[in-house]
Design a protein around this ligand. Structure first.
Ligand code: GRF
Length: 213
């Protein structure tokens, strides 16, 4: 059994897919134990409360610009709740190295593009999809990767592509990427982690096809 914490800042549709997957026991035995939000008004908090998942609010606005103190508070919640896996699902604050060190190879992030395209600092929210449309790519998608000290550069676990259409707006594309890619590969990646099928060698992730002992 793995204890999972989900870090959020906004709507929480990715959190919702994990909640739904957990109901059907599709998280490889993982349990959603804690949702931490950096925003007190995040709708994701309501989703958690409605499903009896404990929540914590660590408001970035109150800590800004003290990233170390903010990260230490997040780390305190994670360790006090014996968290095994940390899922960044639309969390808008970059944490400092202390969290990466404690949870090395046990933190995953979802990014709404095919990394290494349209990722890194400054690429968040609609900006990712605006950049994809500006470039004229025909295919975009989503990526689940491990979190390390470099923004959006940790080893890639899963990716799924999504077609870009000529009449797409950033909002329409964002929605298609969420529905067709993010909401499929996030629960899948969490399941792989909980079943201990993810093996990291150097900067690459290998996926075991059989269950680990
Ligand atoms: C998603 O597009 C995710 O890839 C990005 O932030 C967005 C969060 O959406 N990191 P939601 O809050 O899960 O609906």
């Amino acid at each position: 059994m793995k204890n999972i914490a989900v870090l959020v800042s906004g709507n929480g549709t990715n959190l919702q897919t994990l909640i739904d997957a957990a109901k059907y026991d599709l998280l490889g035995g993982g349990e959603l134990c804690l949702v931490i939000s950096s925003e007190k008004e995040a709708y994701a908090l309501k989703r958690a409360a409605e499903n009896q998942i404990p929540t914590a609010i660590v408001e970035w606005d109150k800590y800004k610009p003290y990233r170390e103190a903010f990260s230490a508070e997040i780390l305190r919640h994670l360790t006090e709740n014996s968290i095994d896996l940390v899922v960044f699902a639309g969390f808008r604050v970059i944490l400092d190295h202390s969290v990466c060190k404690t949870y090395s190879d046990a933190m995953i992030n979802i990014h709404p593009s095919l990394v290494p395209s349209f990722c890194g600092e400054g690429f968040y929210g609609l900006k990712v999809h605006e950049a994809a449309l500006e470039k004229g790519v025909k295919i975009t998608g989503a990526t689940i990767h491990l979190v390390n000290e470099h923004c959006d550069q940790g080893p890639i676990i899963l990716q799924k592509s999504v077609e870009v259409r000529e009449d797409d707006t950033p909002e329409v594309l964002q929605q298609r990427v969420l529905e067709e890619a993010e909401h499929t590969i996030l629960p899948e990646a969490v399941k792989l982690f909980c079943e201990r099928r993810i093996k990291v060698i150097g900067n690459k992730v290998f996926i075991r096809h059989e269950l680990a002992d």
